[in-house]
Design a binder for this molecule. Structure first.
Ligand code: MN
Ligand code: MN
Length: 423
């Protein structure tokens, strides 16, 4: 209780400076008025701070400017919510000839138990070495072009070229490769359905062969042991190579004798219609209903300036977020009166545990584009508005006292993104 009282005092002092001396008496009485429960952006902080609000330093000003809701948290925030944000900019880049990579896993962001992410850049001709891993790999191409290859458990081949906004999904254990194409290679995001994934401990073809006796390799292929004299002693991981051959020729070679995989490991998001469009933005939901090979569900969300991904939660999975462009904020409510608001920008990761309610608001003056990722076949959410619209309005009003006419006016179909009317 002591903390709550202290917070209310702080907020009332702030209100005094905003309202001016004429409203002094009124201000102290309107601490909890609904209009005051908004974030105070960094550039709108009070011109005169009370002594308890000042900070003589040391200060990390660039980081504070990126995180205004931590410096001046909304009045509705309370308690100690563990951090649910980590930035790829804090991860060490592993730079090789042919490209670079970095990762954000549960080791960086302890709350992110279900999903880990990797950013990767490959030059034209740069190869992410042939490899596999226990986890499924979901990916989105964010820049440029790449050729991807894989072979499934029936020996069926898959070779495809992917471009900006294309997705791919390599099922668990399926061996694969990625190679940058012209004119300038590519940059993409990988998402794995285990927070403990480690990009630097995958099964690499060179690493495996270097740790298998040469006479066994010779026996396996019925060739002289000297055939394997040039197999690299150390992993290649990412390396520079020449560009691949023609796509149709490589596809035909991979399909010899067994054919191609029955369901494509690639998905073209540019060829699908948005799942929902409102004046506030749009969303594309891609789960196993339309991308059958994927055990990972995704939503690609675009919020226009002022747009809001409405108050909601996900009953079947944790949510891992990746911010592609723009600026936004999210409040996570974890029950027991505890809530925290954090700010996000491009290259940031956000995380929301299963069934914890949240919203995402565009706080910038450009589009906010981000991914919602789930370790589940089926995308599911429940929105506050849906709940209110489809519960007896008398009962709902007995809780909230918002008036039954407000409840009657809530759309009967999920809004997803507001505003739903032109502003
Ligand atoms: Mn992989
Ligand atoms: Mn969500």
């Amino acid at each position: 209780m002591a903390e709550r009282e202290d917070r209310d005092t702080k907020v009332s002092r702030r209100g005094i400076f905003e309202l001016g001396s004429a409203a002094l008496a009124a201000a102290t009485l309107t601490v909890a008025a609904p209009g005051r429960v908004s974030a105070l952006p960094q550039d709108q902080k009070p011109t005169k701070e009370t002594p308890n609000e000042t900070d003589p330093g040391p200060k990390n000003i660039p980081l504070a400017k990126e995180n205004p809701d931590s410096v001046w948290s909304p009045q509705s925030d309370n308690g100690s919510v563990k951090p649910f944000k980590y930035s790829f900019a804090l991860s060490r880049r592993r730079i090789e000839r042919g490209g670079w990579t970095r990762q954000v896993t549960v080791r960086d962001l302890p709350i992110s138990k279900d999903i880990a992410g990797v950013e990767m850049r490959l030059t034209a001709g740069g190869v992410r070495e042939l490899h596999w891993h226990v986890e499924a790999e979901w990916a989105i191409m964010l820049y440029g072009n790449a050729r991807i290859t894989a072979v499934d458990h029936e020996g069926k081949g898959f070779v495809e070229d992917v471009h900006e906004n294309d997705l791919w999904l390599f099922p668990p254990g399926v061996p694969h490769s990625i190679q940058g194409l012209g004119p300038d290679g590519c940059r993409f995001l990988l998402v794995f359905n285990d927070g403990n994934f480690d990009e630097f401990h995958t099964f690499l073809i060179t690493d495996w062969l270097a740790h298998t006796p040469k006479d066994v390799l010779a026996k396996n292929f019925d060739v002289p042991a000297s055939t394997f004299d040039k197999v690299p002693k150390r992993e290649l991981f990412i390396f520079q190579a020449g560009l691949p051959g023609p796509l149709d020729a490589e596809q035909a070679q991979a399909a010899q004798g067994t054919g191609t995989v029955p369901k494509s490991f690639a998905f073209r998001t540019n060829q699908m219609k948005p799942s929902k469009v409102t004046p506030g933005g749009e969303v594309k939901i891609i789960d196993s209903k339309i991308f059958p090979v994927s055990p990972i569900a995704a939503a690609i969300v675009t919020l226009k300036p002022g747009g809001l991904r409405e108050l909601h939660w996900h009953p079947n999975a944790d949510e891992w977020q990746y911010y592609i462009t723009g600026k936004g904020r999210m409040t996570l409510f974890i029950a027991g009166s505890d809530a925290r608001t954090m700010d996000f920008q491009e290259g940031d990761v956000g995380y929301v545990p299963i069934s914890n309610p949240h919203y995402i608001e565009n706080t910038g003056d450009t589009d906010l584009i981000f991914l919602e990722m789930f370790k589940t076949m089926e995308y599911q959410d429940i929105s506050l508005a849906e709940w209110m619209a489809h519960t007896p309005h008398l009962l709902m009003d007995q809780h909230l006292q918002v008036g039954q006419s407000m409840l009657d006016a809530i759309p009967k179909q999920e809004m997803v993104i507001t505003p739903i009317k032109p502003t």
